[in-house]
Write a protein that binds this ligand. Structure first.
Ligand code: HEC
Length: 146
């Protein structure tokens, strides 16, 4: 499963290099294991150094993560530190793709400007995704705890 997700991520990132492969099909439907948003909030703590989840907070050292799922990777206006691979990426962030990437961000997207070791533990990663799904779709008025 893990290898499959990484292979799909590679396929999505290198569409031209794999002409025979169908893209962006199954990955969008695959879901990571169900996690716990409460625990995920703690897993997200190191990410908070660089990322805000509230829209009005804008970008930090990393791009804003408000409503990140459904956005095309590497294209948020106003964020100037996207790496070439993300600038050129043509995939939409889904929970499954983020789950795959965060296992080892620098290995999965060589050249990424995100200096993070990610979250190697699968259960913690699932918790993190659950947290991001919850918090990144709340409106500003609703977000009491950032
Ligand atoms: C040291 C700062 C830093 C930390 C820590 C960090 N990130 Fe990032 N993040 C970045 C940068 C810079 C980018 C842009 C990467 C690129 O263009 O290659 C990024 C990109 C992203 C993106 C893609 C956004 C987009 O618009 O496509 C997501 C999602 C993300 N980070 C999630 C996380 C999560 C979850 C964590 C915690 C496990 C984390 N990041 C930790 C700096 C950071």
């Amino acid at each position: 499963m893990r290898r499959l997700l990484c292979a799909m991520l590679a396929t999505l990132l290198l569409p031209a290099a794999m002409p025979g492969h169908a893209q962006a099909d199954t990955s969008a439907q695959l879901s990571p294991p169900q996690g716990d948003p409460g625990r995920g909030r703690l897993v997200f703590a190191p990410c908070r150094t660089c990322h805000f989840t509230q829209a009005e907070a804008g970008h930090g050292n990393g791009p804003n993560l408000h409503r990140i799922f459904g956005k095309v990777a590497g294209k948020q206006p106003g964020f100037e530190y996207y790496s070439a691979p993300l600038q050129e990426a043509q995939f939409v962030w889904t929970p499954a793709l983020l789950y795959a990437w965060l296992e080892n961000p620098m290995a999965a997207i060589p050249g990424t400007s995100m200096m993070s070791a990610g979250v190697p533990d699968p259960a913690q990663r699932a918790d993190l995704i659950a947290y991001l799904q919850q918090v990144s779709v709340r409106t500003a008025a609703e977000s009491v705890t950032p």
